[in-house]
Ligand binder design. Structure first.
Ligand SMILES: NC(=O)c1ccc[n+]([C@@H]2O[C@H](COP(=O)([O-])OP(=O)(O)OC[C@H]3O[C@@H](n4cnc5c(N)ncnc54)[C@H](OP(=O)(O)O)[C@@H]3O)[C@@H](O)[C@H]2O)c1
Length: 243
């Protein structure tokens, strides 16, 4: 079994997920790089290793039950433990997404990745997490999933464009985070949502104003929370985000 704590980051081959993996690796964690594309995954693992991170590749498509089950077996076999799971993989489904025009299949696809994918991965890794002394789960959400922000009149990047698939998928993810926190209360497992801010990545055509390193900070903090820390909350770098 690994002596050092082990994290798994989904969608870690690029963007914010890659930087979460790099940041946790820099703190001395072993990091599983969850990614569905073999070439992109191995490139990311090689880059992280070159930077001194104890990284290992975990083939993982969050929409595929068999892939997720194999990923859990791989982490158990190769490292024998999991201390933090960071559910970072996500898609927007493409814009525009006005509710009057959106293709229902787009909504279904986005929810399948951003919500059901998180549920599927979390449940597959819970047996391993339950054996950790300080298990943590981080769901990378977005401020655009905040109904408080969406129903306010101020227009800024925290609200995002009108979107019938992406924003509601993050609202749904936040709601699921809360339900997990309620069920897992008292087990020592801390589960929280976070918002990375508006980050320049493939997801938004690199239009964000923050760097992926900056975007990774909130997730890294929640993945390494001390015992007794918050659970069932939603954070960004400035503190708690209203649901
Ligand atoms: N960028 C922002 O401003 C921003 C703001 C708020 C929240 N977020 C959230 O931050 C997270 C990371 O986004 P990002 O900006 O870093 O975007 P990104 O650069 O597009 O990265 C998304 C990652 O998710 C992976 N992914 C997508 N579908 C997957 C699946 N079915 N199975 C496994 N991996 C899958 C992608 O893998 P492939 O390379 O194989 O596609 C990629 O590694 C997302 O949850 C996003 O919603 C981003």
């Amino acid at each position: 079994m690994s002596e050092k704590p082990v994290a798994l980051v989904t969608g870690a081959n690029k963007g914010i997920g890659y930087e979460i993996a790099a940041g946790l690796g820099g703190l001395g964690w072993a990091v599983g790089v969850g990614a569905r594309d073999d070439v992109r995954r191995e490139e990311a693992v090689a880059k992280l290793r070159a930077a001194g991170v104890d990284a290992f590749g975990v083939p993982l498509d969050v929409t595929d039950e068999g892939s997720v089950a194999s990923a859990a077996e791989l982490v158990e076999r190769e490292r024998g433990r999991l201390d933090s799971l960071v559910n970072n993989a996500g898609i927007t489904g493409g814009m525009p997404q006005e509710p009057t025009l959106v293709d229902p299949d787009t909504v279904r696809t986005v929810v399948e990745t951003n919500v059901i994918g998180v549920l599927r991965v979390t449940n597959a890794f819970l047996p391993l997490l339950r054996r950790s002394g300080s298990p943590r789960i981080v769901n990378v959400s977005s401020s655009v999933g905040s109904l408080t922000y969406q129903s306010s009149t101020s227009a800024d990047t925290k609200v995002g464009p009108i979107a019938a698939a992406y924003s509601p998928s993050k609202t749904f993810l936040n709601a699921i985070t809360l339900q997990y926190a309620r069920e897992l209360a008292g087990t020592g497992i801390l589960i929280n949502s976070c918002c990375p801010g508006h980050v320049a990545t493939d997801l938004n055509g690199f239009r964000g104003h923050r760097t992926p390193e900056q975007g990774a900070a909130a997730a890294i903090r929640l993945a390494t929370l001390a015992d007794g820390g918050p659970t069932g909350k939603f954070f960004d770098d400035e503190g708690e985000v209203p649901w």
